[in-house]
Design a protein around this ligand. Structure first.
Ligand code: ATP
Ligand code: MG
Length: 564
C-alpha cells in the first residue's frame, strides 16, 4: 500500500486542541499533556466511546503526551472483568496504545478514603443518615432550593467515627452516606451536598470483599485524575454542571496537581441507541446475538460487521469535536467504511440467491480458468484463478422471463457478459410443476473469451457468476438498520413504549446456500472482500473449515455521498 493509503487523516483543529495548544505554549503543567480515557467497565464500548478515545489518545499523541486507560470501577454491582477485557481489546484494535498506563480507580480506594477523612476533618463532609428517598426530597428542584439534612451539623468526631464504622462494615446498605457539605441552596443541584460515599456490601471484581463503602463518580473521578497527574480531563457535555464539584473536590484535598475538565458534545447517531444500559437490555433480552452482534453500534459489533479501525478513526475525525450536540447520519459511518474498503478490499464473486445456467454448447467435463486481478487499480493485491465450466450460477435477480423496458440483464434470447469470462445468450427456461423457474439454458460464444466480442458487438449488462462444479456453499448474512425509526430513544419516549418495540424485524436476513468462488473457501475470520455488485463482506467467526459465513458490512450504493 502506498503512503497515501495508510496515512492517518489530517487531524482537524477544534476548541479542545486550541486550549491544549495554548496551555502548552504558555508552559502550563510544565508543558506536559496527560489525558485519560475513563470507561466504566459495565458494558462494551460503542462508537460514541470511539469518538472519546480518538480525542483522548489523539490529543495526547499530537502534543507529545500520554493518555491513561483508567477504569472507573466504582460500582461493584454492575461491573465485570469481561468488560475490562473487551474494553482493552477494543482500544487496541482501534489503534491506540496506553503502554503501562493501565489504571483502576479501585487501586486508589485507600487514598480516596483518606481524602474523604480529610474533608470530614475540615468540616467539609458529613455522614447523613436520611434514607435515599428523604435525601432526594431534601434536594429540592431546579426552581426550589434544597433543605438541610438534620444530620448536617454532626460534629467532626461523630462524622469520623461513623464513617470509619461504615468502612468497618457495621451498617447495612443505605443506612448512611457520606456527603460533601457545600450548599443546599445552590442553583446548581450538583452542589447541593452531593453524596461522596455509599455503603455497598458487594464483591468487587478487583478488590473482592476488602471494601463495603464505595466512592461516587463525582468524588473518585477528579481525584483519580489528580493522582495520575492528568492535565486535561475531557468528557461529554452532561458533565458541565459537575465541573464546579470536580474543582471543589481537588481544591479541598490535593494542591500539587491541578487537572482541568473540558466538555465536548457526545456523538449521537440516527437509527441507533447508544446508552450502555439500552445496549445491555438488547443483549440480555436476546434482541441481538450478543454485544458483538454485527447490528450493534459497539466497537466489537462494528469489527465483526467488517468495519476497519481506519474507517472508524476517519469517521471520528470527520464528525469533529464541538460544543453543541447534534445527530450524525449513520450513512456517514457507512460512507467511511465503503471508501476505505474500496481502496483495500480484494474483489471476488459470490452469488447470493443462485439460479443455475447450463451452457449447452460448452463441452461436458471441460473446464478452464481465468486469471483475474483482485483489485481494479491496486496491483499489489495480486490476482487469482477463477474456474469456469458448463454449469454456472448467476443471481436470480439478474434474470427476468418477461423483462420490462429498463431491465437490461439476462432474458430469453438476450446476450449478456459473464464478467471476465464470455458473452452468453439465454436459450431456455426450465420450470417446476409449480411454474417456478428452476434453471436456465444458454449458449456461450467461444470467440468472446475474456468477455469481449471480436466483432465489437456490445451487450448492456455484465453479471457476476460462480462455476457450479467449483462453487463453495456459504451462509451470507445481510443487515439492515436495527431500528425502524431515526430516533428510537425519542420516539419511544413520546409514546411511552419501550424502545425495543421499534426494532426492525428485518434487520438480519441470513441467506443459506449462497454460492461463492473457491478462492474464498478458507477465508480467515475477519478477512474482507468486495463481492462484485453486492457490497463489502467480512468472514464471520462462525465460519468453519470449508463452511464460510460472511457478513455484509455495507452495500455498494452510497446514498450519503450522493446526498451530500
Ligand atoms: P453510556 O451513556 O453509553 O452509558 P457512559 O458515559 O456512562 O456511556 P463511560 O464508560 O463512563 O460511559 O464513558 C467513558 C468515556 O466515554 C467518558 O469520558 C464519556 O464521556 C465518553 N463517552 C460516552 N459516550 C459517548 C458518546 N456518545 N460520545 C462521545 N463520548 C462518549
Ligand atoms: Mg459514565
Amino acid at each position: 500500500m502506498s503512503d497515501a493509503d495508510t496515512a492517518a487523516p489530517a487531524q482537524p483543529q477544534d476548541f479542545i486542541r486550541e486550549i491544549v495548544a495554548a496551555d502548552v505554549a504558555a508552559g502550563k503543567n510544565g508543558g506536559r499533556v496527560v489525558t485519560r480515557f475513563p470507561p466504566e467497565p459495565n458494558g462494551y464500548l460503542h462508537i460514541g466511546h470511539a469518538k472519546a478515545i480518538c480525542l483522548d489518545f489523539g490529543v495526547a499523541g499530537e502534543f507529545g503526551g500520554y493518555c491513561n486507560l483508567r477504569f472507573d470501577d466504582t460500582n461493584p454491582v454492575k461491573e465485570d472483568v469481561e468488560y475490562v477485557d473487551s474494553i482493552k481489546d477494543d482500544v487496541k484494535w482501534l489503534g491506540f496504545e496506553w503502554h503501562e498506563r493501565e489504571y483502576y480507580a479501585s487501586d486508589y480506594y485507600e487514598q480516596l478514603y483518606g481524602f474523604a477523612e480529610t474533608l470530614i476533618r475540615k468540616g467539609l463532609a458529613y455522614v447523613d443518615s436520611l434514607s435515599a428517598d428523604d435525601i432526594r426530597e431534601h434536594r429540592g428542584t431546579l426552581t426550589e432550593p434544597g433543605k438541610d439534612s438534620p444530620y448536617r451539623t454532626r460534629s467532626v468526631d461523630e462524622n469520623l467515627d461513623l464513617f470509619r464504622r461504615m468502612r468497618g462494615g457495621e451498617f447495612p446498605d443505605g443506612a448512611h452516606v457520606l456527603r460533601a457539605k457545600i450548599d443546599m441552596r445552590s442553583p446548581n443541584i450538583t452542589l447541593r451536598d452531593p453524596v461522596l460515599y455509599r455503603i455497598r456490601h458487594a464483591e468487587h471484581h478487583r478488590t473482592g470483599n476488602a471494601w463495603c463503602v464505595y466512592p461516587m463518580y463525582d468524588f473518585a473521578h477528579p481525584l483519580s485524575d489528580a493522582i495520575e497527574g492528568v492535565t486535561h480531563s475531557l468528557c461529554t457535555l452532561e458533565y458541565v454542571d459537575h465541573r464546579p464539584l470536580y474543582d471543589w473536590a481537588i481544591e479541598h484535598t490535593r494542591t500539587e496537581a491541578r487537572p482541568r475538565q473540558y466538555e465536548f458534545a457526545r456523538l449521537n447517531l440516527n437509527y441507533t441507541v447508544m446508552s450502555k444500559r439500552k445496549l445491555l437490555q438488547l443483549v440480555e433480552q436476546k434482541h441481538v446475538n450478543g454485544w458483538d452482534d454485527p447490528r450493534m453500534p459497539t466497537v466489537s459489533g462494528l469489527r465483526r460487521r467488517g468495519y476497519t479501525p481506519e474507517s472508524i478513526r476517519d469517521f471520528c475525525a470527520r464528525v469533529g469535536v464541538a460544543k453543541k450536540e447534534n445527530v450524525i447520519d449513520v450513512g456517514l459511518l457507512e460512507h467511511c467504511v465503503r471508501e476505505d474498503l474500496n481502496r483495500r478490499a480484494p474483489r471476488a464473486m459470490a452469488v447470493l440467491r443462485p439460479l443455475k445456467l447450463v451452457l449447452t454448447n460448452y463441452p461436458e467435463g471441460q473446464s478452464e480458468e481465468f486469471a483475474v486481478a483482485n483489485h481494479p487499480d491496486n496491483a499489489s493485491l495480486g490476482s487469482r484463478r477463477v474456474p469456469f465450466s458448463r454449469e454456472i450460477y448467476i443471481e436470480r435477480d439478474d434474470f427476468m422471463e418477461d423483462p420490462p423496458k429498463k431491465f437490461f440483464r439476462l432474458a430469453p434470447g438476450r446476450e449478456v457478459r459473464l464478467r471476465n469470462a464470455y458473452l452468453v445468450t439465454c436459450t431456455g427456461v426450465i420450470k417446476n410443476a409449480a411454474g417456478e423457474i428452476v434453471e436456465l439454458r444458454g449458449t456461450y460464444d467461444p470467440a468472446t473469451r475474456g468477455g469481449d466480442a471480436p466483432d465489437g458487438r456490445k451487450v448492456k449488462a455484465t453479471l457476476h457468476w460462480v462455476s457450479a462444479a467449483n462453487a463453495i456453499d456459504a451462509e451470507i448474512r445481510l443487515y439492515d438498520r436495527l431500528f425502524t425509526t431515526e430516533d428510537p430513544d425519542g420516539s419511544a419516549a413520546k409514546t411511552g413504549a419501550d424502545f425495543t418495540s421499534l426494532i426492525n424485524p428485518q434487520s438480519l436476513e441470513a441467506l443459506k446456500g449462497c454460492k461463492i468462488e473457491p478462492s474464498l473457501a478458507n477465508a480467515a475470520s475477519g478477512s474482507r472482500y468486495q463481492f462484485e455488485r453486492q457490497g463489502y463482506f467480512c468472514a464471520d467467526p462462525d465460519s468453519s473449515a470449508g463452511k464460510p459465513v460472511f457478513n455484509r458490512t455495507v452495500s455498494l450504493k452510497d446514498s450519503w455521498a450522493k446526498a451530500s
